[in-house]
Design a protein around this ligand. Structure first.
Ligand SMILES: *Cc1c(COP(=O)(O)O)cnc(C)c1O
Length: 424
């Protein structure tokens, strides 16, 4: 089959993310990728301004990660994790324990971000059951969040722009409070935490945990809020006897300008999810880290075990990629790169504030966001971006980029110039 034939077959038979199968948008066909560049079948080359949805932080065909995965292939691609272990998994756990907040000492490997959120929520429930509390079965969160597409993850995504209406009646009911409005870098308004305080004061007997994305709300709206919210929330959770879960799947590994976004607040969660850039985007993998008290309670309970164990748990190839990726994250000059990207994004995007079509411009770390006044015509805008050498995937009113950290200054300028052209 030639390329056209492959794409035709794709459009007839293959689901794509959040897409239908009648008159789908014709997908671009990627032949290969290297560094920040995607090579399309029609000969065009485009810069991946999305890092393949936050994941490919260190670039495609990263020599160190390529080598680590190739080496691992010679030993074993997979082995079950029940009753067995291997070097890659142990080393990875050691790194995660060292890099994440100090209290997080126990690591559960998952096969995707959504699964790590399910695991986090399940741990919170099992924790309270282990302590003999069967009323704490609900979760609380802020509006505008995104935590994945599986069942319970979906139940804590934003109830309006998430998928609640579609599945109402089937989804577990959780508690939502308004999202924090105090902006990152702006003034802290103490009223921001009031709705959460009211909720926890009234309903903590039903609430197992609060779950949210620290500082950066990703797919739910690309917003950056004041870290003070997390400090206040932590105090509240402790006072009310509610666990705190941070979803760092998008924000982890320097994306917001810190190794983890919770470092902006110096606040430790009880449970934390990481994923996406964990393997440098080489394959689907994630982890849920938990505080010792949670592991102890679950292990001392009647069940005596945490009841979860995916087939591909601790997959050696994924561990090899993740070990190489975390070595880059820990020992490279990544922060320096992220800060350069931040100033490049500010330089390139902030002038667009003056455009009549633009409602807001936000930059934090290696994330740049344009919020337009009107919804974006995605296929048309995407084609114009591709013509200008850039791959982005806007949604709603948001045109945004979180490029791989290995992007050069001139490549970054290509991205911001393309955005300017499309907007202006
Ligand atoms: C992407 C994402 C998830 C889901 O991860 P998948 O690997 O797509 O299942 C969960 N939470 C956040 C914050 C994310 O950005």
């Amino acid at each position: 089959m030639n390329i056209e034939g492959l794409v035709d077959f794709d459009m007839r038979h293959v689901w794509h993310p959040y897409a239908g199968m009648k008159n789908p948008q014709r997908p671009y066909f990627v032949e290969s990728a290297e560094g920040v560049w995607l090579k399309l079948a029609d000969g065009r080359k485009v810069i991946d301004g999305m890092s393949s949805w936050w994941a490919v932080a260190y670039g495609y065909r990263n020599p160190k990660i390529d080598a680590a995965v190739s080496e691992q292939l010679k030993k074993m691609s997979h082995v079950m994790f029940g009753g067995l272990t291997h070097e890659g998994a142990v080393k990875l756990a050691e790194k995660l324990v060292e890099m994440t907040p100090r209290n997080l000492q126990k690591v559960f490997f998952c096969d995707s971000g959504s699964v790590s959120v399910e695991v986090a929520m399940k741990m919170a429930l099992q924790y309270w059951r282990a302590l003999g509390d069967r009323n704490k079965t609900k979760f609380a969160t802020v509006r505008g969040g995104y935590h994945g597409d599986t069942w319970h993850a979906m139940s804590v995504c934003d109830p309006v722009n998430g998928m609640h209406s579609l599945f109402s009646g089937g989804l577990p009911i959780n508690f939502f409070v308004p999202r924090p409005e105090s902006k990152f870098g702006g003034e802290w308004n103490p009223d921001d935490i009031s709705p959460m305080r009211r909720l926890l004061n009234e309903s903590s007997s039903e609430i197992a945990a609060v779950i949210l994305e620290p500082v950066v709300q990703g797919a739910g709206g690309m917003r950056f809020y004041h870290p003070q919210y997390l400090r206040e929330l932590k105090k509240l959770c402790e006072a009310c006897g509610v666990l705190l879960i941070f979803d760092e799947i998008a924000t982890g590994f320097w994306r917001s300008g810190k190794m983890f976004a919770c470092h902006w607040a110096e606040t430790e969660p009880d449970i934390m999810c990481v994923g996406k850039a964990l393997t440098g985007g080489y394959m689907s993998f994630a982890a849920t880290l938990a505080d010792e008290k949670i592991a102890d309670a679950i292990s001392d309970s009647e069940a005596g075990a945490f009841m979860h164990g995916p087939t591909f748990m601790g997959n050696p190839l994924a561990c090899a990629a993740a070990n190489a990726a975390l070595d880059i994250a820990r020992n490279g000059n990544i922060l320096e790169k992220v800060l350069k990207i931040e100033s490049g994004l500010k330089r390139g995007l902030e002038p667009l504030k003056n455009s009549a079509a633009v409602a807001d411009v936000r930059v934090l770390g290696a994330i740049g966001v344009l919020e337009m006044r009107e919804p974006i015509d995605v296929p048309a805008v995407q084609e114009r971006l591709v013509e200008n050498g850039v791959w982005l995937r806007p949604f709603g009113k948001l045109l945004y980029t979180m490029p791989p950290y290995v992007i050069s200054e001139s490549e970054l300028r290509t991205v911001t110039d393309a955005v300017s052209k499309v907007v202006g």
